[in-house]
Design a protein around this ligand. Structure first.
Ligand code: NAD
Length: 252
C-alpha cells in the first residue's frame, strides 16, 4: 500500500470523540486525509482534532447529533466549507454500553429501544444522505459503516441494529454504485475501549478467551481494514462486511 493512500481526501468520522472513533480519526489523518471529528461530546472530539493538528495533520471537530437531520446537514456543510469536499464517511457513532444489560428484547424499555434504533441505524442513514450529494458531484465516495460481531450473535437491540447496518450496507452499495460511491462495513470483535469493557461482563470474558483465537483487540487493530475500505485499494469492493475480530465469527 501507498505510504499516504488518502492524500487529498476528506473524511468524516462520527462518534470520533472517544474509543474506536478517535483512533479511526487519527488513523485516517496519518494516511493523509483531512478529518472531521463529529460527536455529541464536543470536548473530546476537539482534543482529538488538536492531537491530529499537533502531529501535522488537518482536522476539525464538529458537535453533531447523528439522530438530527438538521445537525448532520450542518456537519456536512462545515466539512465541505473547511476542506472543500467529502470523500469518506465513517458511520461509527453508536449506543452500546448505554444499553441496560440483561433487558433483552422482551424487557427493553420502549424509549431505550427507540433511542438505540435512532442512534445506531437512523444516524448512519441520515449521515449518508447528508454526504451523498457531495460524493455524487465528485463521482466518487467511500462509506464505511461500523457494524459489530454482535450482528451475528444474539445481542439484543444492539445486535438488531448492527445486523440492520449490514443490510443497509448491501442496499446502499447497489443504490449508490451508479454515482461511484462504495459502501462497506466493518464488524469488529471485542475491542478494548471503555465502552467495550463496560459491555462485556467479566464472566463472558473468560468464555471469549477460551473460544476466540485472538480474543481481544485494540482499536488500532481495526485501522488496516478501515484504511483499505476508505482508499482506492478497495474500489472493486462494495456491499461487503469485513469481520475484524480475531476469528470470533468464523468460529460460530
Ligand atoms: N468496543 C467494542 O468492543 C466494539 C465491538 C464491535 C463494534 N463496536 C462499535 O464500534 C463503535 C465505537 O465503539 P466504542 O467502543 O468506541 O464506543 P464509544 O461509546 O466509546 O463510542 C461511541 C461514540 O459515539 C458517540 N455518540 C453517541 N451517540 C451519538 C449521537 N447521537 N451523535 C453523535 N455521536 C454520538 C459517543 O459520544 C461516543 O463518543 C460503535 O459503533 C460500536 O458499536 C465496538
Amino acid at each position: 500500500m501507498d505510504a499516504q493512500p488518502l492524500d487529498g481526501k476528506v473524511a468524516i468520522v462520527t462518534g470520533a470523540g472517544g474509543g474506536i472513533g478517535r483512533v479511526y480519526a487519527r488513523g485516517l489523518a496519518e494516511a493523509g486525509a483531512a478529518v472531521v471529528l463529529a460527536d455529541l461530546t464536543t470536548g473530546s472530539a476537539e482534543e482529538g482534532a488538536a492531537e491530529i493538528a499537533a502531529a501535522g495533520g488537518r482536522a476539525i471537530a464538529v458537535t453533531t447529533d447523528v439522530t438530527s437531520e438538521e445537525s448532520v446537514a450542518e456537519l456536512a456543510a462545515k466539512a465541505a466549507e473547511a476542506f472543500g469536499r467529502i470523500d469518506i464517511l465513517v458511520n461509527n457513532a453508536a449506543l452500546m454500553a448505554e444499553i441496560p444489560a440483561g433487558d433483552g428484547l422482551t424487557g427493553i424499555a420502549l424509549d431505550m429501544w427507540n433511542k438505540v434504533l435512532a442512534v445506531n441505524l437512523t444516524g448512519p442513514l441520515l449521515c449518508t444522505r447528508a454526504v451523498v450529494p457531495h460524493m455524487r458531484e465528485q463521482g466518487y465516495g467511500k462509506i464505511v459503516n461500523q457494524s459489530s460481531g454482535g450482528a451475528f450473535t444474539p445481542s439484543g437491540s444492539y445486535g438488531v441494529t448492527k445486523l440492520g447496518l449490514v443490510s443497509m450496507t448491501l442496499s446502499l452499495a447497489r443504490e449508490l454504485a451508479p454515482a461511484g460511491i462504495r459502501v462497506n462495513a466493518i464488524a469488529p470483535g471485542f475491542t478494548n475501549t471503555d465502552a467495550g469493557l463496560r459491555s462485556t461482563p467479566p464472566e463472558y470474558r473468560g468464555f471469549i478467551e477460551m473460544t476466540v483465537p485472538f480474543p481481544f483487540g485494540e482499536p488500532d487493530d481495526l485501522l488496516g481494514a478501515l484504511i483499505f475500505l476508505s482508499s482506492h485499494a478497495s474500489d472493486w469492493v462494495t456491499g461487503h462486511t469485513l469481520n475484524v475480530d480475531g476469528g470470533w465469527i468464523p468460529r460460530t
